[in-house]
Write a protein that binds this ligand. Sequence first.
Ligand code: HEC
Ligand code: HEC
Length: 511
Amino acid sequence: MLKLSLIAFLVLLLTACGAGSGAGLDANGQPAGNAPATPLAADFTSIQQNIFTPVCTVCHSGASAPLGLRLDAANSYAALVGVSSVEVPSTLRVNPGNPASSYLIAKLEGTAAVGGQMPLGGPALSQESIEFVKQWIAAGAPPAVSAPPPVNQPPSVISTNPASGSTVTTLPATINIAFSQEMNAASINNTTVILQRSGGDGNFTSGNEVAITPASLNLSTANPALLTINLTGIASTDDSYQLKLVGTGSAPLLDLNANALDGDGNGSAGGDYLLAFVVQAPPSGGGGLQATWRSIQDNVFTPICIVCHSGASAPEGLRLDEANSYAMLVGVTSQQVPTLLRVSPGNANNSYLIQKLEGAAGITGSQMPRGGTPLPQTTIDIIRQWINAGAEQGTTTPPPPPPGNTAVGVTLSAPTSVASGDELTVSAIVVNNSGDVSGLSSTLGWTPQDSWRLRSGNATQSIATLNAGQTVTLSWTLRAEEVGTTALTVTVTDNNSQTIGSDNANVSIVD
Ligand code: HEC
Ligand code: HEC
C-alpha cells in the first residue's frame, strides 16, 4: 500500500515535470522534449543540458536535494567531481579518469549497493546516454569550458561544494572548487587559499576567528581546473566558516597564463572570492544522548524521524512522535519483516529498528532515516544499549513496584473535551516492561461518578497473558453525562490485586 502510493507520487512528480517544461525522458529513455541546445556528447555542458537539468533537477536541486546532491547547472560539477558519495562514502561520485569506480555510473546503471537506480522511479537512461557520461569521466571529467580561454581572460570560480550560503551538518571531508579554467598549481598554497571559522559569533572581523589549516590542497592532475581542499582529520565544530580564494595582492591565485583570479566576478582580474557556509550538527549529535527512551525520543525520533513517521499516513503505520513511539516500537511486529519485532527488549540485534538504522543486509526498503544521512554509529550504539537493557520507557512508568513484581507502562488516550450526550471510545495501551506475566486485569474508573456511563462491556477487563515486551490495547465505550471536568483512570493490577501500572486523563464534558 505504502509502496504503491510512493511510486504513484514519484510518477506524478515526473509527469508534472514533463508537462511543465517539456523535458524528461522519451519512451526509449532518451532525453526528450524541446530540441536541446547541444546534442548529447561526452562533455560536461552537453551532459548538463541533456541529462542533469531536464531529468535530475526535479529532485536534485535546492536545499532539500537528496543527499545534498544538487545537479542544477550552478552546482552539479563541484558536487560530483571528486566528492565522496553519501551512500557509499568509500566511492567518489565522479572519479576523474575512472568511470568504473564512479558512484554516479553505478546509480545510473542500477548497480549501486544502496538505494535505487537513477532517475529514481524511472525510466532509466538509455545505455547509449550513459556511455557518453562514462566517456566524459574517462577523459578526466573536465569542466564545461573545453576550449582554452583567451590569453588575457582571468579565471573565475564556477561552482563549489558545499555551495556558498549552505548549512551542512558536519565539516565536510573535502571542499571542492571548480574554476573556469586550468590553474597554476604553484599559486595554490596556504596564503592564497585561506579557511577560517568565525569563533562562534558569525563575524569575520571581530578578531576571534580561528584559522584552519587544511590537510592538503590538491589541484587535480586529471583536471587542473578542480581544486580539492582536504579537511581530513579536522574536528567538526559548529560555527560559520569562510573560505577565501585570494585574487588581490602580489601573490594571488593564477591561471596558466598568469592571470590573477577574478574573485569579485567583475570580469577583470583581481578581487577575493569568499565561500561562506555554516556547520550545524543535528541535535542527535550524540553528545547529550543517553540510553533512555526519553533521550532517544528528544535527540533522534523527534528531530529526525517524525517528519515522515507521524500522523495517520506514517510509513508502515509507525508513528515516532512522543505520544506514540514507545507503544509502536517496543514489542510490536515489524510490518516489513513480520518475523522480527521493531524493538525486542534485551535483543538489539534482533530488533528491526536497529537493522533499519544500520542498513543491515536483510531489511526491506531503505536505511533510515530514508534519503538522509545515516545516524552515526555512536548514536545507534546508544539505542542498542537502551534495547539491550530492556527497552524501558522509564520516565512515564508509574513508581517502581516492589522488587520481584512486574511493571507495566500504561498510556490512556482520550479527547480533552466532549459534548454531553456524545459517545466516545477511550483506549489504553499497556506495555509489559519486565518478565512474562498472566492474570492481569485492567480497570477503567472515573470521578465524579455521574460524569460517565459505560455503554457496553465491563469496566474491568482481563489480560490473560502479557509476555515481556508485549503490548496490548484495551478500549471502553462511554457516554458523557454530567457537564464538568472529569478524570478518567486506568489501573492495571496483577493476580495479587497489586497495582502495577496506571495512567489518567482529564476530560471536560461540555454542553
Ligand atoms: C524522483 C526523484 C529523483 C530523481 C528524478 C533523481 N534522483 Fe538521484 N536520488 C534521489 C533520492 C531520493 C536519492 C537517495 C535514495 C536512493 O539512492 O535511492 C538519490 C540518490 C542519488 C545519488 C547518490 C548520491 C550519493 O552521494 O550517494 C546519485 C549519484 C544520484 N541520485 C544521481 C541522480 C541522477 C544523475 C539523476 C538523473 C539522471 C537522478 N539522480 C534523478 C532522487 C532522485
Ligand atoms: C523521508 C522520510 C522518512 C524518514 C525521515 C524516516 N523514515 Fe523510516 N520509513 C520511511 C518509509 C517511506 C518507510 C517504508 C519504506 C522503506 O522502508 O524504505 C519507512 C520504514 C521504517 C521502518 C520499518 C517499519 C516496519 O514496521 O517494518 C522503521 C523501523 C523506520 N522506518 C524507522 C525510522 C527511524 C528510526 C527514523 C529516524 C531515524 C526514520 N525511520 C526516518 C520514511 C522515513
